[in-house]
Design a protein around this ligand. Structure first.
Ligand SMILES: O=C(O)C(=O)C[C@]1(C(=O)O)C=C[C@@H](O)C=C1
Length: 414
């Protein structure tokens, strides 16, 4: 199975967690859980040191110390330096210390939160909004953020699921189904895009604009209205695009990213607020290994995914009526084609069978799982469907979807 590792990104980009397929990429360096215990700064610098030196040094080394070669599975001991007599490294593992065993912090400033992108990405800001003072851990793909939580490298993940202009971020819906994490909260982030270029570059010099596909879509009309005759190119994340332009000295390329990305990567803001709609908001979900206990003392939302194997539309109609008859408001319904991936169903006798469904349906409704009307609705949905999973029941972010509004984060998890 692929493992999550820290990589040294190309062309001097920020290191970030990446999926590591063994045998691929000589510069990929495994970063162990033990290294993560010391905090992100230390972890990042260890990883950065490792990844930048590994090609030159050959043997594994940490901060100048010789260290044992990483175990194939990246054990906790990977990064502990061991010196023998006369400075000769003996490949003996160092003993575990209490600090290596301390459980992951659940609250407060040391909560480790995985997000997709590099520092300056909107997802990093959303992570900080969801968990103020957290250690935000950059990951190069959404899937890596899921894995980081599953492998206890991070305590939470904060991932975008929907934008008011661009619509659903389908990849994360698919990953929610494939992974076993629970939605424990949501946060809405007003997204204010800037057009960034290297200092001294003028709009007339630009022939290419690069950014995350969602950001390109959110600014499509404004870019055209500005009279820019440019090709648009997709990049992994907005801040990563800015970093790429800066690191490669590209004077014909601009990036769409945040003002924080401009600051971090020494870029100039050529235009501010270039999103097509001033009410541009992205909704992020907060993910954890354990669900939270649903309550009724504040507005809650519940997210489910279901599938059925009967022909026609009547099942969908019945499912929706289970909510309508109980006056439960739906805030989202999304269908995703799913024919090529079987789902494992387990019966009452704990026997598993693989089943193919044409579509998966994702529904968000405004009620807490602690409310009898929500429990009754779900009991009914279960009767009509062949597969049903609750992705989470969590406090709603009540911030109105307007630009510039500062979101109050609602989660009993933070
Ligand atoms: O690229 C970033 O900065 C991200 O955080 C990703 C992302 C997204 O996936 O939608 C997040 C918010 C904005 O909608 C644009 C991009």
């Amino acid at each position: 199975m692929a493992a999550a590792s820290f990589i040294k990104a190309p062309a001097g980009q920020n290191p970030r967690l990446a999926i590591h397929a063994p045998g691929r990429g000589a510069r990929v360096v495994r970063c162990s859980l033990g290294a993560a215990v010391g905090g992100r700064t230390e972890w990042l610098s260890n990883c950065a040191v490792l990844s930048s030196k590994v090609a030159a040094l050959g043997p594994h080394s940490v901060n100048g110390h010789a260290a044992p070669a990483p175990a194939p599975n990246g054990s906790v001991l990977d990064l502990i330096p061991v010196s023998g007599v006369n400075g000769v490294a003996k490949n003996l593992p160092a003993p575990l210390r209490i600090a290596d065993l301390s459980p992951a912090p659940m609250h407060g400033s040391e909560l480790r939160v995985a997000y997709q992108g590099v520092p300056g990405a909107y997802s990093e800001k959303a992570a900080g909004k969801a968990y103020p003072g957290c250690d935000a851990i950059p990951c190069d793909q959404f899937e890596v953020a899921f894995q980081a939580v599953e492998l206890w490298i991070a305590d939470r993940a904060v991932l975008p699921v929907e934008n008011s202009l661009g619509g659903s971020i389908h990849r994360n819906y698919d990953l929610l189904l494939r992974h076993r994490l629970h939605i424990v909260g949501e946060v809405q982030l007003p997204v204010h895009h800037c057009l960034l270029a290297l200092p001294g570059v003028r709009k007339e010099n630009i022939t290419r604009v690069i950014s995350h596909p969602q950001a390109l879509a959110q600014c499509e009309h404004t870019i055209t209205r500005m009279g820019l005759n440019v090709v648009r190119e997709a990049f992994d994340d907005t801040a990563g695009a800015a970093e790429y332009v800066a690191n490669n000295g590209l004077r014909d390329t601009a990036a769409i990213a945040s003002s924080r990305a401009a600051e971090l990567y020494g870029m100039e803001i050529l235009a501010d607020g270039i999103q097509d709609d001033c009410g541009n908001v992205t909704r992020f979900v907060m993910l954890a290994r354990e669900p939270i206990v649903p309550r009724t003392d504040r507005p809650f939302k519940t997210s489910i995914v279901f599938a059925h194997d009967k022909e026609g539309t009547s099942v969908l109609f019945k499912v929706l009526s289970a909510f309508a008859f109980r006056d439960i408001t739906l805030t989202k319904i999304e269908s995703r084609p799913h024919r090529h991936r079987p789902i494992r169903l387990v019966d009452d006798a704990n026997r598993g069978t693989a089943k193919h469904f044409e579509y998966m349906f994702y529904v968000d409704f405004q009620a807490s799982l602690a409310e009898p009307r929500a429990q009754n609705a779900l009991a009914e949905v279960q009767e009509f469907t062949s597969f049903l999973r609750v992705l989470g029941s969590y406090p709603m972010d009540m911030t109105p979807m307007t630009a510039g509004s500062s979101s109050t984060v609602t989660s009993s998890d933070s």
